[in-house]
Design a protein around this ligand. Structure first.
Ligand SMILES: [Zn+2]
Length: 275
């Protein structure tokens, strides 16, 4: 088995006209057997010194808020400070385990001009979304953590109950991270009819356009908040505008109402409408 490692997947600068701006940081850890706690830090140089933003989180992302100013002069000053090179470091710790970390520069590994452009395009899309988008919750599936105590077989490393109430078929306790609420634009719905032994079943395949953060993966669950419909992500494509990735285009299939994913309790939104 490869040594555990952590990869920062997003350091996305966000600029909102409303009241918040900042940097969205997301990471991925490749050790499926351990429940890690993460520390998130920021520095003006790769070597540090680092300033702690979040000392201990078990989530998959963090947000580094920047104030949005009411006057143009202040905003210009904030803008300059954001342009200063910022590095984000995420460190994974677990009892009895060696710690490891990843450090990435602000701006999703794009050249500065590119990420400044990305920030502007994301803002423009967010404004456009106000008129033609609806609220969704992203439930990211766990791929690491404490194995399910009810149905996971440690010898065969397999899930013995795909409808398990403890892990919801994921093999990990609770199954999914707390929801991240986003605005997204629904595209076309295709109805596919398949013949199964129990008769015909119809599957709704829905397209969804979301911003480039948080990074969505196949098997994540998307909830259409108002209607309560839930979808399984089948395909993710990042789409570019003027050479920078700004969207994720998802293809999702609607889950049957009796599927175990409807047992995921949707915790209410606690953070301001950042995304
Ligand atoms: Zn289970």
């Amino acid at each position: 088995m490869p040594a555990p490692s952590l990869t920062i997947t997003r350091t996305t600068p966000i600029y909102h006209t409303l009241s918040v701006g900042g940097v969205f940081v997301q990471w991925h850890v490749n050790d499926p057997e351990t429940d890690y706690t993460f520390r998130v830090e920021r520095s003006e140089s790769y070597e540090g010194p680092f300033e702690i933003l979040v000392s201990a989180t078990t989530d998959f992302h963090a947000f580094d808020p920047h104030e949005i100013s009411s006057t143009l002069e202040e905003e210009a000053r904030n803008f300059l400070s954001l342009q200063r090179k910022n590095y984000y470091r995420v460190t994974a710790t677990a009892p009895g385990k060696a710690t490891f970390s990843d450090t990435k520069i602000l701006g999703d590994e794009l050249a500065r001009r590119q990420w400044l452009l990305k920030r502007k395009i994301l803002r423009d899309i967010t404004i456009g979304f106000k008129f033609n988008s609806i609220p969704f919750a992203i439930l990211k599936r766990k791929h690491a953590g404490t194995r399910c105590t009810a149905c996971f077989d440690p010898i065969s490393k397999s899930i013995l109950d795909s409808r398990c109430k403890t892990c919801l078929g994921t093999g990990y306790i609770t199954g999914y991270y707390a929801p991240v609420y986003v605005s997204a634009r629904k595209g076309v719905t295709n109805v596919t009819t398949t013949l199964a032994p129990q008769g015909k079943t119809e599957v709704n395949q829905v397209e969804l356009t979301v911003l480039d953060y948080p990074a969505v993966e196949v098997d994540d669950i998307i909830v259409e908040v108002r209607q309560g419909r839930r979808y399984l992500v089948k395909h993710v494509a990042r789409t570019e505008l003027r050479g920078v990735p700004v969207h994720q285009r998802l293809v999702m299939s609607e889950l049957a109402r009796d599927s175990v994913e409807y047992k995921i309790v949707l915790q209410p939104r606690t953070s301001p409408a950042l995304y």
